[in-house]
Write a protein that binds this ligand. Structure first.
Ligand code: ATP
Ligand SMILES: Nc1ccn([C@@H]2O[C@H](COP(=O)(O)O)[C@@H](O)[C@H]2O)c(=O)n1
Length: 343
């Protein structure tokens, strides 16, 4: 961390309210570091040598809250390791113990800008988690755990939100409906300029190739594997008519919803192909002149599952290699070699 205070936005709401989904979008668009307390705990528990794994897993399955010393340490380590200054802390502080522990350990060393409160009705939350549970592999996306998670949320997290509300820090977002409307609400709150100041893809060169900074976790584990140090990648630009897009290519594209916002995704289906939309739970035929793109990290990606098929014209280039950080230099991102990739 540098001498200026890092900025922190806490993100709270019920299980499945959409915190992770929207944090991924904010991180992609504005370069904020998204730290999910739940993800950090799951990562810690999955380490074969972790002495805390058993305890953490018990809490997660029971929807109870892990002692703050553990969670706070993981968050602090992740913040330090990132070297960045703007953080979305998702799923924390979850109870009074979390609040107290954070105050003691971090306190005034950071500037808490606001608390984004994803307000979503219980039925919708449960339905979303059960749907997610079909593919998430999470031990708590099931009816038994969800009952407990909802109790914890009502009894322990809501009072924390009320506490922040008394300090005028809470920005309430109606999280029951459409994903894009939710994103619009952040802009309504003026977060665009005041809080989230970095574009997700900073382009250094233009014309034949660009070097771009990838923010966010949507292409993990291939890109930004730790979520802390961002990768710089070489993007080969082309006249879209000169290159036949192939399934599996990693491409840069302009967001169909937000002009001038660029993202990196993988092509999952080409025109006339049928793709299964895992969110809407239905098959989609990709129309002529369009492609279907997804991030590799389904949990943290805003992609065709949310905005549908995109016109080929929005695809601006193909990602070739990682060039920074040095230890990741040369990581190949191409599945299909084309004649001029090595020019
Ligand atoms: N606005 C929305 N409309 C419909 N589905 C949504 C919406 N937002 C998120 N989802 C879906 O609901 C599920 C839960 O979303 P997400 O993982 O973002 O929630 P969360 O609040 O981070 O949950 P948790 O706290 O349990 O980790 C995901 O499968 C996601 O794709
Ligand atoms: N501050 C926190 C955050 C999470 N947990 C535990 O992880 C579970 C999953 O959290 P998600 O945010 O990913 O839904 C949660 O139910 C808790 O068991 C925690 O203890 N403290």
């Amino acid at each position: 961390m540098t001498s200026t205070k890092p900025n922190v936005v806490f993100v709270l709401g019920g299980p499945g309210a959409g915190k992770g989904t929207q944090c991924a979008r904010i991180a992609e668009k504005y370069g904020y570091v998204h730290l999910s307390a739940g993800d950090l705990l799951r990562e810690e528990a999955a380490k074969p040598d972790s002495s805390l794994g058993k305890e953490i897993n018990e809490h997660i399955k029971n929807g109870s809250i892990v002692p703050v010393a553990v969670t706070c340490k993981l968050l602090e380590n992740a913040m330090k390791k990132s070297g960045k200054e703007n953080f979305l802390i998702d799923g924390f502080p979850r109870n009074q113990d979390n609040v107290n522990g954070w105050k003691e350990s971090v306190g005034d060393r950071v500037n808490v800008q606001c608390v984004l409160f994803f307000d979503c009705d219980e039925q919708t939350c449960v339905a979303r988690c059960l749907e997610r549970g079909k593919a998430s592999g999470r031990t708590d996306d099931n009816e038994a755990s969800l009952k407990k998670r909802i109790v914890t949320y009502n009894d322990s997290t809501r009072p924390v939100i009320q506490l922040f509300d008394k300090e005028n820090l809470v920005k309430r977002i109606d999280a029951s409906n459409d994903v894009d409307k939710r994103f619009g609400e952040f802009l309504k709150y003026g977060l665009k300029g005041a809080v989230f100041a970095l574009p997700c893809l900073i382009t250094l060169m233009d014309k034949v190739a660009t070097v771009s900074l990838v923010a966010g976790k949507s292409m993990q584990p291939l890109l930004n594997p730790t979520g802390l140090n961002s990768d710089w990648v070489v993007i080969k630009r082309w006249d879209i008519d000169d290159y036949f897009l192939q399934k599996g290519d990693i491409v840069s594209l302009e967001s169909p919803r937000e002009p001038q916002v660029y993202m990196i995704k993988r092509i999952k289906a080409l025109e006339n192909e049928i793709i299964y939309d895992t969110i809407k739970q239905k098959e989609i035929r990709v129309p002529k002149g369009h492609v279907w793109v997804e991030g590799d990290n389904k949990r943290d990606s805003y992609d065709s599952r949310h905005f549908g098929c995109i016109p080929r014209g929005l695809v601006t280039g193909r990602a070739l290699y990682v060039i920074w950080p040095p230890k990741r230099f040369g990581t190949k991102l191409i599945l299909h070699d084309s004649e001029d990739d090595d020019e």
